[in-house]
Write a protein that binds this ligand. Structure first.
Ligand SMILES: O=P(O)(O)OC[C@H]1O[C@H](O[C@H]2O[C@H](CO)[C@@H](O)[C@H](O)[C@H]2O)[C@H](O)[C@@H](O)[C@@H]1O
Length: 271
């Protein structure tokens, strides 16, 4: 079966056709964890799959732009991906912290100042987790601009995630932050930017034609929604989404909109 036959929506097939017709104006957007890098128990051990660098190096000269849009600090994604000094990826852009940071090999990282609420959350988080009786294995990833509470290593990761959601939400709210949920993680981060906003700004800057975005997590939905609204305005777009291996594609052509939570074994859908 060819790629076009695997695409589960007409809009997606139109997106692929647009990309192939004018690759030079196309933008390929990619999430990092769970998309370019396999999920592992320790976030510091995540690295891009060995096939990523050769694939991106081959792809970059064929399209207008390749951009990685990630919840990671941009420089961390650059380091864990091995992108920093990769020949052929000189024009790669990384939008880190859901768009609050920007990295390129030439300019390094540019970003707005760290939001003041982050320091307050950092100091209150240990006692809040203790008071909430967070399970053994729950740990905090300090990302400077945000703090991520991970439950992957707890005995009941999903249960723990559900239990901690309200107290962490309250802590975030008190200090002007929001909670970004992800794969066994609740991240306390400043509001005002998400992957959709980040992608929209980047696409406008590049005067993009067709757009492909590949992701695997709740934080990627904003980017999918951005492509969905571009499609409604007549711009071709293709979504690559991690979803259940069986059943409905995650971005179904449903009149009530897509459904977006993907427990269990995952496969990749193009839609
Ligand atoms: O936008 P992304 O590139 O997908 O980054 C989102 C978060 O990814 C990381 O956490 C996830 O990957 C970890 C390593 O595989 C895994 O242990 C964890 O359970 C996942 O949620 C990262 O640690 C976060 O900081 C990112 O925000």
């Amino acid at each position: 079966m060819g790629i076009a036959e695997q695409i589960t929506s007409q809009a997606g097939r139109t997106g692929l056709a647009g990309l192939l017709a004018d690759p030079r104006s196309a933008v390929v957007g990619l999430d990092f964890d769970g998309t370019l890098a396999p999920i592992v128990a320790d976030p510091e051990q995540a690295r891009a799959h060995p096939g990523v660098l050769p694939a991106l190096t081959a792809l970059a000269p064929l399209v207008g732009s390749v951009v990685i849009v990630t919840g990671r600090p941009a420089a961390t994604a650059a380091a864990y991906g091995g992108f920093a000094a990769a020949p052929g990826l000189e024009h790669l852009t990384i939008l880190g912290h859901y768009g609050a940071e920007r990295w390129s090999a030439r300019d390094g990282v540019t970003a707005a100042p760290v939001a003041p609420g982050v320091a307050a959350v950092r100091s209150e988080l240990p006692s809040l987790l203790a008071e909430s009786k967070a399970a053994e294995g729950v740990f905090v990833e300090d990302k400077e601009r945000a703090l991520a509470v991970h439950t992957r290593r707890a005995p009941d990761p999903d249960g723990e995630l559900a239990r901690l959601r309200a107290p962490l939400g309250e802590l975030a709210r008190r200090h002007g932050l929001v909670v970004e949920p992800g794969r066994m993680v609740l991240e306390l981060r400043p509001p005002g930017v998400d992957k959709g906003v980040a992608l929209r700004k980047f696409l406008a800057e590049r005067d993009a034609g067709a757009v492909l975005f590949a992701g695997d997590d709740l934080g990627d939905i904003a980017a999918y929604e951005e492509i969905a609204s571009r499609r409604e305005a007549g711009h071709p777009g293709l979504l690559v989404c991690s979803g259940p291996v069986t059943g409905e594609p995650p971005y179904a052509n449903s009149p009530t909109g897509p459904t977006w939570w993907w427990p269990g074994r995952r496969g990749w859908w193009t839609c």
